[in-house]
Design a protein around this ligand. Structure first.
Ligand code: SF4
Length: 470
């Protein structure tokens, strides 16, 4: 699906894909059902959820002290911290590290931030081969597609799709069972782990108090990506820090339950700097790249700041009635679903994602699902308000919408003018209905009915008064 079209066009394309809708419905339904079972059985779950959320929200408030503390601790552990103001700076840092060491291939653990900065394309342009080693990421990389879900990158693909892809791209035939498909990927990737000069991962959370970087996974590929190659580069958005180990444990309790419905992931890894003398495993060099790329701007806004508490569990995507029918690619951005439309719109700060706020029905399902209390609905409304009142994200619609809203506000404050305008619209109703059948409105009006202007409330109120008196 091309990112060069509008959100509306991509959505239409997705909605026409019946197989995609079936796959999305099945997988998101599985995620939500498993999550609900796990949360219902969680002893003292409400308190523990609140602890995890509080840890994240506190961290977001205290980034100015936690990040320097994290840098100090990582450095003391023998690691190196790099600060990247934007995507280009992060790419330059990572490419520089690879080129200085003569690295020709890297293995990668799943990292949405690396998608955000377009790392794979930059590595490829410099002649460095990147192997995605998370199974879902491996599948979308083979398909030359971006991930379509924060935690399940290949959620849009059925087993049959993957079997066909492996046959086309790898020349591997299979019976289409998950076991056989996984075995093929494992065999192919094993060599990549052994030959890579660098492992690149994301970060689920970093602990300021100790300098530890924590990663959750289910496949063991992150363990292999960080222990086979001599260099480990971890890339994190600057918000992914927590203050203490106790608070990290609070977040660890919440994240897998909200993401996949697992009490704990299969692997939980804690990286404390580079391998020290006498140790037998771990990368010899550890680099932590901390990315801003618009996050400071979000942090500075008292309302939008809550977005940075997100633990990327993906629950809001799984419950969103829009995501569940159009999938991630229709958003045309790195992040999709309720959290994605907010992050993409605010991080880019530009026109590319102007259509995304329309991807919300206002049902509030995402708000109920969010373990850290992000109020997506309120924030989406605020973006829409700023688009109208402040021409936020640029473009011309803001001016027109603003003019209409101001016109409405002007009339609404003047009862006689409002009654006159409403009466005029009612009198023009048959004409408007006819007008809607003409091009270019005909396509929009097909299958829709214009709302019929009714007798205004003020007139009905007067009638009520008269009826009561009678
Ligand atoms: S906004 Fe909330 S529900 Fe959505 S991914 Fe982030 S933490 Fe999960």
């Amino acid at each position: 699906m091309s990112r060069d079209t509008t959100f509306a066009a991509r959505s239409r394309e997705a909605l026409a894909d019946v197989a995609l809708r079936r796959t999305l419905s099945r997988v998101t339904g599985h995620f939500t059902a498993t999550r609900e079972r796990t949360l219902a059985a969680w002893e003292h779950g409400a308190t523990k959820l609140a602890n995890g959320a509080a840890a994240r929200l506190r961290a977001v408030e205290n980034l100015a002290t936690l990040l320097p503390e994290l840098e100090e601790k990582v450095t003391a552990l023998g690691g190196t911290v790099h600060w990247a103001e934007d995507a280009a700076a992060a790419r330059t840092i990572i490419l520089g590290l690879a080129q200085e060491r003569g690295v020709t291939s890297v293995v990668k653990g799943k990292s949405m931030v690396s998608e955000e900065i377009g790392l794979n394309a930059a590595l490829a342009a410099s002649g460095i081969t990147a192997f995605e080693t998370d199974l879902g990421e491996y599948i979308v990389q083979l398909a030359h597609e971006p991930p379509s879900h924060i935690i399940a990158p290949a959620i849009h693909k059925s087993r049959e799709d993957v079997a066909a892809l492996f046959e086309k791209e790898l020349g591997e035939t299979s019976d289409g069972t998950p076991e056989m498909l996984t075995a093929i990927a494992r065999r192919r990737l094993r060599e990549a782990f052994l030959n890579a000069g660098m492992g690149i991962t994301g970060v689920n959370f970093a602990v300021a108090e100790t300098g530890a970087v924590c990663l959750l996974e289910n496949e063991g590929n992150i363990r292999a990506s960080t222990t086979c190659p001599p260099v480990h580069v971890a890339l994190m958005g600057l918000e992914k820090v927590v203050a203490t180990t106790v608070e990290a444990a609070d977040v660890l309790q919440v994240l897998p339950k909200s993401a996949t419905g697992q009490s704990m992931p299969a692997y939980f890894s804690v990286f404390s700097g580079a391998r020290r003398p006498g140790e037998t495993d771990g990368a010899r060099e550890f680099h932590l790249v901390i990315l801003d790329n618009g996050r400071s701007r979000i942090q500075a806004d008292p309302l939008f700041r809550q977005l940075l508490a997100c633990v990327r569990c993906g629950a809001c995507l799984n419950y969103c009635p829009v995501y569940r029918v159009i999938g991630g690619h229709a958003y045309g951005a790195t992040y999709s679903g309720p959290i994605g439309l907010l992050l993409s719109t605010l991080l880019s700060g530009g026109e590319a994602h102007r259509g995304l706020p329309a991807a919300c029905t206002g049902c509030g399902a995402c708000v109920k699902a969010c373990p850290v209390g992000v109020n997506h609905g309120r924030l989406i409304m605020e973006i829409k308000r700023r688009m109208v009142e402040e021409d936020f994200l640029g473009g011309g619609d803001g001016f027109l919408a603003s003019l209409l809203a101001k016109g409405y506000a002007f009339a609404a404050k003047r009862p006689q003018l409002f009654a006159l305008a409403a009466g005029t619209v009612r009198r023009l109703d048959p004409e408007l209905a006819r007008l809607s059948r003409l091009a270019p409105l005909a396509r929009y009006a097909a299958g829709r009915e214009l709302p019929r202007p009714k007798e205004p409330f003020s007139e009905r109120w007067l009638q009520l008064d008269t009826e009561e008196e009678a």
